[in-house]
Design a protein around this ligand. Structure first.
Ligand code: T4K
Length: 392
């Protein structure tokens, strides 16, 4: 199916400004789920059908866990129902108290995982080039209440892992990376999930690799795996022993089966994304007032997102104007990540976004353009033309 003819279901709109209903047929959304051939998935779920073993850590769950351990180059993987539960339960499994230093330029999930654990987020500003945690500001935020750091490999841009981990070691802090956007990436040849005490991935339908819904926590210390396993399964340790107050965050067999299929093709998918990403860069690089991300040194990227920062004065149009013009033409770019999590109304009065001025600057100007494996290169050209035509 051509990406241009994707029809969004009617039920739920997450963005208040959606293209006109009449333009639905031609819409290009910010992303589109990668899926295997229908027959391949059918074949994969046959065993589930025959055995009637649908969930609770079945065969597909075990196969996917093993496949990911190898693909991600990590020692330990625990599968979870989604990326958010990976973050939330990983923090819970660490049994932390006090403050967690994180960044506000992220999806709601990162901050919520901290708050829902009864921990206090402390917001560190971001680096103006990579939009990840600025390690130069991290140390100044450490107090005697700090227990952990939760940096985000936002857009797949890899954090300054060396500096973050140097500071964390100095103050004996745990490091949990939000690696929701960084599936399959490596830094200096090492799987990105192998950094820190733990790294949490999202396998949501919108991600480079998806299991419909799903996520994983990768970690060094095997004991964390035992705690996580219990937390995702009601705290059940044995048939007659419940040793903890756990949740239910298991990945079911149909999701694991989708993961197994998509894992077979993920290299190819990333290759296609790369072509789209490079086409955008070819069209937009060097344009005054547009700030693009580059591939980082020592990083094998996954081309998860294509963010563009609009400096209105130099470019001649604001982010809002470009967003609106694209929407008129049926193209739904997204303002990931606006607003900053430290300005959410659920936290009103608690945090001061003025403390993270770079994040504020970026979130007011950034737009992530449509990017998925089978986005036609002619559509990329068209999107870029519309953007460039916004200039006055
Ligand atoms: N940490 C970070 C840094 C994250 O970005 C996320 C999730 C998490 C943690 C938590 O991971 P999960 O618990 O979600 O596994 C989307 C995703 O729902 C979310 O997973 C993602 N980050 C966030 C950045 O984006 P929305 O509300 O923007 O999604 P939605 O429904 O508007 O979908 C965007 C587009 O994707 C649609 O316009 C069309 C396409 N799409 C969507 C769905 C649901 C598909 O092609 N297929 C689909 O099934 O949040």
């Amino acid at each position: 199916m051509d990406g241009r003819h994707f029809r969004q279901p009617q039920g739920r709109m997450t963005d208040s400004m959606q293209p006109e209903e009449t333009e639905m047929e031609e819409k290009i959304m910010v992303t589109r789920s990668s899926m295997p051939e229908f027959g391949e998935y059918m074949e994969e779920i046959r065993e589930i059908w025959d055995s009637r073993w649908l969930t609770n850590m079945g065969v597909k769950h075990r196969e996917l866990q093993e496949g990911l351990r190898e693909y991600l180059g990590v020692e330990n993987v625990e599968l979870l129902s989604n990326g958010h539960m990976a973050l939330e339960l990983t923090l819970q499994a660490m049994n932390l108290q006090g403050e967690v230093i994180t960044t506000p330029f992220t999806f709601a999930s990162t901050t919520h995982a901290i708050v829902r654990n009864g921990l206090e987020p402390v917001f560190c500003d971001i680096d103006p080039v990579t939009y990840t945690m600025d390690p130069g500001r991290l140390e100044g935020l450490v107090t005697d209440r700090t227990c952990a750091v939760m940096p985000v490999h936002v857009y797949g841009n890899v954090c300054d892992v060396e500096e973050v981990e140097r500071i964390a070691r100095k103050y004996e802090l745990k490091v949990v990376y939000d690696a929701a956007h960084a599936f399959g990436e490596t830094y200096r040849g090492r799987g990105i999930g192998s950094f820190g005490d733990a790294s949490c991935f999202s396998f949501h339908a919108t991600k480079v690799f998806n299991s419909i819904e799903g996520g994983a926590s990768c970690f060094r210390d095997g004991r964390l795996g035992e705690a996580l396993y219990e937390l995702k399964n009601f705290g059940i340790r044995g048939p007659e022993e419940v040793s903890g107050v756990g949740a239910n965050a298991k990945m079911n067999e149909f999701c694991a089966a989708m993961g197994l299929c998509n894992l077979r093709h993920v290299g190819e998918e990333i290759g296609k994304r790369r072509k789209v990403w490079e086409r955008y860069r070819g069209n937009l690089e060097g344009v005054e007032g547009l700030v693009l991300n580059a591939v980082q040194g020592d990083v094998e990227p996954n081309y998860a997102y294509f963010p563009v920062l609009f400096e209105e004065r130099q470019f001649g149009a604001s982010r809002g104007e470009v967003y609106g013009r694209l929407l008129e033409k049926g193209i739904c770019a997204r303002k990931y990540f606006y607003p900053l999590t430290n300005t959410f109304s659920c936290f009103r009065g608690k945090y001061d976004a003025g403390q993270t001025p770079v994040a504020l600057h970026v979130s007011r100007r950034i737009l992530t353009l449509p990017l998925y494996a089978d986005l036609a290169l002619e559509d990329v050209d068209r999107i870029c033309r519309i953007i460039l035509d916004c200039r006055v």
